[in-house]
Design a protein around this ligand. Structure first.
Ligand code: ADE
Length: 280
């Protein structure tokens, strides 16, 4: 999988060299390239931001460097519209298709794969495990890290005329910029790539993973020693009864979900709950 990251802080991405993702990069499973947005500025101060139209606090990222960066990474196929659609009635270019999260997985264009552009923003739709799974199946993702009050809206609008664009949020809180959000998403996606995790089963058991435990949070886990600071591991886990252990784990997952994320339980389809579940 190819990943391009555009940022004004390339240093943020040093962690991609370590642990699982570092291994995946060295193994050639993940080809990550981090680009400094300021390479696409042309003034002495390498300016990337300006004051917002309409007033208000903070600064907005200028469209020019972003447009040039995206043109450089994913060159426009000759003959496709420039994205500047004149508003004069009856005039100008036909409206190009809007490519977003509803668009199919990245398609093969006439001149090779088309990337998906992912823009982290607190005003995006929530990023979930289902997105991580979907993105892990794509050949090429470009992440655009905004700072300040965000990126001029015309950048996403214009990019949508030639590649699918998803604006996604990690949650109901505001980060200082998209860099940390991209690190989170790259880790969530990267660990799903074939050969990255040592034990493929651990992906199937994840909280939120599709399957029998879908939409349940993982319950508590234990390892040796059997007693630690006078706290024993639950007997059932030492019993060797696989059926009883599976039942116990499901009960614990149900209890934890009810305590921490009750809305997930109410969203469960009734047919996925068995008689024992209802009793928990
Ligand atoms: N950038 C700033 N806040 C963010 C959030 N909550 N999610 C994704 N990107 C962000």
């Amino acid at each position: 999988m190819k990943l391009d990251v555009i940022t004004i802080f390339p240093e943020y991405f040093a962690p991609l060299d370590i642990s699982l993702l570092g291994k995946a990069r060295r193994a050639g499973v993940l080809d990550v390239r981090v680009h400094d947005l300021r390479e696409w500025t042309h003034d002495r101060h390498r300016t990337v931001d300006d004051t917002p139209y309409g007033g208000g606090p903070g600064m907005v990222m200028k469209p020019d460097p972003w447009g040039e960066a995206l043109d450089a990474l994913a060159p426009r196929v000759p003959g496709t519209p420039s994205g500047t659609i004149p508003s004069a009635p009856g005039g100008g270019l036909p409206t190009p298709p809007v490519l977003d999260e509803t668009s199919p997985a990245t398609s093969e264009g006439a001149s090779g794969p088309v990337p998906r552009l992912i823009i982290p923003t607190p005003s995006g739709r929530p990023f979930t495990q289902a997105d991580a799974v979907r993105y892990a199946a794509e050949p090429w993702l470009i992440f655009a890290c905004g700072r300040y009050e965000g990126i001029d809206s015309r950048v996403a609008e214009e990019a949508r005329t030639r590649m699918p664009v998803d604006e996604v949020s990690l949650g109901d809180f505001v980060l200082a910029g998209g860099e940390v959000a991209v690190l989170v998403m790259v880790e969530a996606i990267g660990r799903l790539l074939p050969g990255v995790l040592g034990n493929a089963d651990s992906v199937a058991d994840d909280s939120f993973a599709p399957g029998a435990m879908e939409s349940l949070l993982e319950g508590p886990v234990y390892t040796k020693p059997p007693v630690w600071r006078e706290r024993p591991v639950p007997d059932i886990l030492l019993s060797g009864h696989h059926g009883a252990i599976a039942r116990w784990r499901r009960d614990e997952a149900l209890r934890r979900t009810a305590r921490h994320r009750p809305e997930l339980l109410s969203r469960l389809a009734p047919e996925v709950l068995d008689k024992h579940d209802r009793a928990v």
